[in-house]
Design a protein around this ligand. Structure first.
Ligand SMILES: Nc1ncnc2c1ncn2[C@@H]1O[C@H](COP(=O)(O)OP(=O)(O)OP(=O)(O)O)[C@@H](O)[C@H]1O
Ligand SMILES: [Mg+2]
Length: 321
């Protein structure tokens, strides 16, 4: 009796499994494998049904032994071919995944390129549009004759001269921040040195910047992205670390560009600041868009370290002449 109940349960379970396999047909490509599994599971439930009849039926109802052999062969065949097709499903999913990552990287690098193009355009507009106007205002002011002017007027003119100088200075700074012309003209190492000397004027931090780059030039994307990444790391150390030393090493070995960055500040737990700001996540996505790797390690009280590597050999990041 127990055996009969178990057989009935097993028939029901196999039919449910067959039904589930039919449903999966709609969800995946290569649904042929699911058809085969459905057939195999139904055949298995037929086998169980045959066994049940053997158990409860009278002598006349006995099924021929061939029935069990053929159904067994059909089940094995369906499972074997089905498994082969399931392997194809995994290959297909892997291919989709690679394609998705490639598309994501393409979108990211297009966004970054567009952003840099817009920055360059703003910077040029400011520099070439507003710059000459301010210079001409300054020239007109210096041509103004102050003979016979009283002290009050002299003070106003001197004030105006100072304001125009300040406006010219901050215009240059804004334009340079938007798109650093040193990067375009002299490359990564000079631009980073330049940024360090501009950022450190008021700060008590010491920066040790070492590089073996001389006049080598790389693809604009590589230079702009690594420049922005280093600027963000330096800004973070100034803003958040409270430390006194920053070490930067930028090395090129003919194949790879490697950055090793560290500060001796208060450190932080990287997993705890995931949604604090955009800086660190931008570093990761910018480096990813170059197919590079970035690792940021830090712990409270232990400063922070960042290691970034871009393989220039693998990608079309050719050197600029
Ligand atoms: N060098 C560092 N030393 C100590 N803490 C840091 C350092 N760099 C980052 N952090 C911590 O990690 C957090 C996230 O940094 P992230 O650069 O992503 O954002 P942010 O600098 O706060 O803002 P944003 O960069 O968007 O202007 C910071 O708020 C800070 O708490
Ligand atoms: Mg930041």
């Amino acid at each position: 009796m127990v055996l009969q109940i178990l057989l009935v349960i097993s028939i029901i379970l196999q039919l449910i499994a067959a039904g589930t396999a039919i449903k999966l047909m709609r969800e995946t490509k290569y649904n042929f494998s699911w058809i085969l599994f459905t057939v195999a599971l139904t055949a298995m439930s037929l086998l169980r049904f045959g066994e049940y009849i053997q158990m409860v039926g009278s002598k006349e109802l006995r099924l021929p032994p061939d029935f069990f052999v053929w159904i067994g062969v059909l089940t094995s065949l369906c499972f074997a071919v089905g498994v082969f097709y399931v392997r194809k499903i995994f290959t297909y999913i892997n291919r989709l995944d690679i394609q998705r990552r490639l598309t994501e990287r393409r979108i990211l690098s297009t966004v970054l390129r567009t952003e840099e193009k817009e920055r360059l355009r703003f910077s040029k507009e400011l520099h070439d549009g507003l710059g000459p106007l301010l210079s001409s205002a300054k020239m007109s002011l210096s041509a103004l004759s102050l003979d016979g002017a009283d002290d009050k007027n002299r003070e106003i003119v001197s004030n105006l001269d100072y304001v125009i100088d300040e406006a010219i200075r901050s215009l240059k700074e804004i334009s340079n921040n938007l798109s650093p012309h040193v990067l375009n003209d002299f490359g990564l190492a000079r631009a980073v040195s330049n940024f360090i000397s501009r950022s450190m004027t008021l700060d008590a931090m010491k920066v040790n910047f070492e590089t073996n780059l001389r006049s080598e030039r790389f693809n604009t994307d590589v230079e702009v992205i690594l420049y922005r990444v280093l600027c963000e790391l330096i800004n973070n150390s100034i803003k958040h670390s409270g430390g006194s030393r920053i070490g930067i090493s930028l090395q090129y070995d003919g194949r790879r560009l490697t950055i090793d960055y560290s500060d001796n500040g208060r450190g932080f737990r990287p997993e705890a600041v995931l949604d604090t700001g955009m800086g660190l996540s931008n570093i990761t996505s910018r480096v990813q868009s170059l197919k590079g790797t970035s690792t940021i390690t830090s712990a409270p009280g232990e400063g922070m370290k960042a290691h970034i590597e871009i393989n220039l050999h693998e990608e079309p990041w050719k050197k600029r002449k």
